[in-house]
Design a protein around this ligand. Structure first.
Ligand SMILES: *[C@@H]1O[C@H](CO)[C@@H](O)[C@H](O)[C@H]1NC(C)=O
Ligand SMILES: *[C@@H]1O[C@H](CO)[C@@H](O)[C@H](O)[C@H]1NC(C)=O
Ligand SMILES: *[C@@H]1O[C@H](CO)[C@@H](O)[C@H](O)[C@H]1NC(C)=O
Length: 271
């Protein structure tokens, strides 16, 4: 009778500890979950499990911060859901700054703030409360995973202390809107109409009217007429000197030029 009970309790213990170790952020707030927070978590999905590192110097000590987005830093069985850990270079000292089973997440237009609570307790600062990590993720269209950096460690208060980090990611950006203005839409519509006119007119002229060559171009005479009119208009508006003065100028002003035609005539006469 003793052995099965033993077995059951070990199995229960194993099942319990397996459920206790998480592979994802667990939002706090009781049984009811915020749909808003879950939507922001879903937005972060492409970065899930990705690891980031940042270093700071405090006096003569170097500290390294390791951060995993909604994942544990270690896979071993002793893992306590640590999502952000501080370690002192050249020593085995580590402090868990935040755990993924105590996650808050909020967002705005172009930022996401990920908060891991339930870190290791401060030794003497902040009334020995649990450490807390805040990671500010700002919109940057250029990168999915930008540099992860330490902004500040606030521990000069008697409560609500925190470690603040920041990084850039395109995931924090607002969804892309169509940037087409009314003007460009009109332009596109116009271009499409022109294309339809040319292609449709071409097909009509070729297959219904049976036109060949340039005649296949729709309303060719009208457009040629218009072209001529425009050329005339331009001639009239743009030319600084009236056309007729051209010949007069030659005859009066430039003797050499005026002579040339006569010379040619001379050569031609004897033949
Ligand atoms: C933990 O294990 C998962 C698969 O079980 C693996 O994908 C992941 O890379 C491991 N993480 C670490 C930090 O070893
Ligand atoms: C998170 O997990 C750790 C260890 O696994 C535990 O000590 C802590 O109480 C948990 N925190 C919450 C808010 O569940
Ligand atoms: C906390 O106080 C220490 C020393 O008094 C100071 O060096 C540090 O900059 C302060 N930290 C913040 C975040 O104000």
């Amino acid at each position: 009778m003793g052995a099965p009970l033993w077995f059951v309790s070990i199995a229960a213990l194993l099942a319990f500890s397996a459920a206790d170790v998480l592979d994802d952020c667990q939002l706090v707030g009781g049984d009811k979950k915020s749909a808003g927070e879950q939507a922001v978590l879903a937005k972060l999905a492409p970065l899930k499990g990705k690891r980031f590192e940042a270093k700071t110097k405090e006096g003569s000590d170097d500290y390294k911060y390791s951060f995993v987005v909604c994942g544990r830093l270690s896979n071993d069985s002793k893992s306590t859901n640590e999502g952000l850990v501080q370690s002192k270079e050249g020593s085995t000292d580590t402090s868990v700054i935040g755990r993924i089973n105590d996650t808050h997440i909020i967002s705005g237009t172009d930022w996401i703030l990920l908060i891991y609570g339930s870190g290791d307790k401060y030794d003497n600062h902040c009334n020995s409360e649990a450490r807390k990590a805040m990671v500010m993720i700002s919109c940057s269209k250029k990168t999915l995973r930008g540099d992860f950096t330490v902004v500040q460690e606030e521990r000069n208060k008697s409560r609500e202390c925190f470690y603040l980090f920041e990084m850039d990611s395109s995931l924090a950006c607002p969804p892309e809107e169509s940037h087409l203005s009314v003007g460009s839409i009109l332009l596109i519509v116009f271009a499409v109409l022109v294309a339809v006119y040319i292609v449709g007119g071409f097909l009509y002229q070729r297959f219904v009217v049976g036109a060949k060559g340039m005649e296949q171009f729709p309303n060719i005479t009208f457009w040629q007429e218009l072209g001529n009119l425009m050329a005339d208009g331009c001639d009239f508006v743009c030319r600084s000197r009236p056309r007729t003065s051209d010949t007069a100028y030659r005859g009066v002003g430039d003797d050499q030029l005026a002579e040339e035609p006569e010379e040619r005539d001379d050569h031609l006469l004897p033949m």
